[in-house]
Design a protein around this ligand. Structure first.
Ligand code: URA
Length: 237
């Protein structure tokens, strides 16, 4: 792989910025100083650049805490997309969201260019659990707990898979719901099936990913070491 591509992938700098930086400060590839951007580098090479040891990542993994008002699509349309809040240097990458959240839903959203990871997380047979915190317009009936455990008819061919509903003891209008499918508007339709309208919806976790280490609403960050290990685990399953 070309040195500029390797460094762009590892540092999130653009290739143009890398080329400019290499002219001033050569990289050190396996102990040899190199400033030609087209130099071929092996992914196993030890590379130092601008005083740092470079960790090469083949793909980009972003954890966003989605704010309300943005849509999860790559198509330009009436509404701003989740990609519109990404730094310009990420805009050249072929990023997509792993699953979708509705425009008014907030919370955990993974953005990547790793199609294999997305496939492994989204495939219905993988049953990846997603937990949502929600607030409804009225108290949620206790009977919903059993109905969701058994699977409920939301107007599709099949009832939903067993889901775990924990209604808040303080405010019976709020709950945590864990589902292992990803049907269109699934949470809102499940709550509607028990007579409630969702007025606020936030995704807290997807599989082993959560928002405990941030970012806060409206922000994003790259995966940390723990999250990259989760990626490896998923991809080696
Ligand atoms: N279920 C919904 O109804 N909306 C979302 O955004 C996510 C899950």
């Amino acid at each position: 792989m070309r040195l500029d591509k390797y460094l762009a992938s590892a540092t999130q700098m653009t290739r143009r910025e890398i080329k400019r930086a290499l002219k001033k400060t050569p990289a050190v590839v396996d102990g040899v100083k190199v400033s030609a951007p087209e130099t071929q580098v092996d992914v196993r090479s030890v590379v130092r650049f601008m005083g740092e040891k470079i960790e090469y990542h083949e793909y980009t993994y972003i954890l966003m805490n989605k704010p309300a008002g943005l849509v999860c699509t790559n198509r330009e349309g009436r509404n701003p997309t989740v990609f519109s809040i990404l730094d310009d240097r990420l805009k050249g990458k072929e990023l997509f969201t792993v699953g979708r959240l509705d425009k008014d839903t907030t919370g955990l959203l993974i953005i990547t260019d790793d199609g294999d990871l997305s496939h492994r997380m989204m495939h219905p047979k993988k049953h990846v659990e997603k937990t949502y915190s929600l607030t409804c317009d009225r108290p949620i009936p206790q009977s919903a707990v059993e109905s969701f455990k058994a699977g409920i008819d939301i107007g599709d061919d099949k009832p939903t898979k067993p889901a775990d509903l924990v209604i808040s003891g303080i405010d019976e209008k709020s709950a945590l719901l864990t589902i292992s499918e990803g049907r269109f508007h699934q949470v809102k339709r499940m709550m509607k099936a028990v007579g409630c309208e969702v007025i606020a919806l936030n995704r807290c976790s997807v599989g082993d990913f959560d928002l405990k280490d941030g970012p806060s609403v409206g922000e994003y960050r790259f995966f940390n070491e723990r999250e990259l290990e989760i990626v490896d685990k998923i991809k080696n399953q």
